[in-house]
Design a protein around this ligand. Structure first.
Ligand code: ADP
Length: 159
């Protein structure tokens, strides 16, 4: 498939589950734009700049990945980039319910937009950025959940 897709999220922090979806997405799409949402209602631990820098470092070996951030609606960002495909990861039924509604809302706003869902790999299905933040805040280890670089950065921030 010769196409570019946007893989957007809050990535606060990026987990191995996010990276897995992005890397598998490259088997389907020619290019991916990994877009950090800067206007989520969640109170972030890492700034948008820090999340973009981490993702750039983690994905630096992939020449066909661009990491950036956006403000406002994802559909507006997609239109400004002239891209009409979104890649989303699905972990479980609650993701499916949320993501399917989101896809329909986005399609109502931007009818040419298609959302492609990719099922997580089982070993990542429990990974959620909120859990990572809570584990590290309480002094636990996130080995096997996030890249060591991300763990180091988060520990510095949560000190
Ligand atoms: P989170 O829900 O962890 O805060 P984001 O808002 O950053 O994640 O989500 C961005 C995208 O990545 C969404 O499509 C979400 O379903 C997907 N995603 C998040 N964690 C995983 C995972 N462990 N496996 C697969 N997809 C995931």
């Amino acid at each position: 498939m010769k196409q570019t897709a946007i893989c957007a999220g809050s990535f606060d922090p990026p987990t191995l589950g996010h990276l897995n979806i992005i890397e598998r997405g490259l088997k389907i799409f020619e290019k991916l734009i990994v877009a950090v949402a800067s206007n989520t209602s969640k109170k972030p631990v890492l700034s948008v700049k820090e999340r973009v820098a981490l993702l750039q470092e983690l994905l630096k070996n992939h020449k066909n990945i661009e990491v950036t951030s956006f403000d406002g609606l994802l559909v507006d960002f997609a239109q400004s980039k002239k891209i009409n495909t979104l890649l989303r990861g699905i972990r479980n039924m609650s993701d499916y319910e949320y993501e399917s509604q989101m896809a329909l809302v986005n399609k109502a706003l931007y009818p040419e937009l298609e959302t492609v869902f990719m099922m997580t790999e089982g070993k990542y299905s429990h990974l959620r950025s909120t859990f990572i933040r809570e584990i590290l805040l309480s002094g636990g280890s996130c080995k096997g959940m996030i890249h060591p670089l991300v763990e180091k950065k988060l520990k510095e921030k949560l000190k």
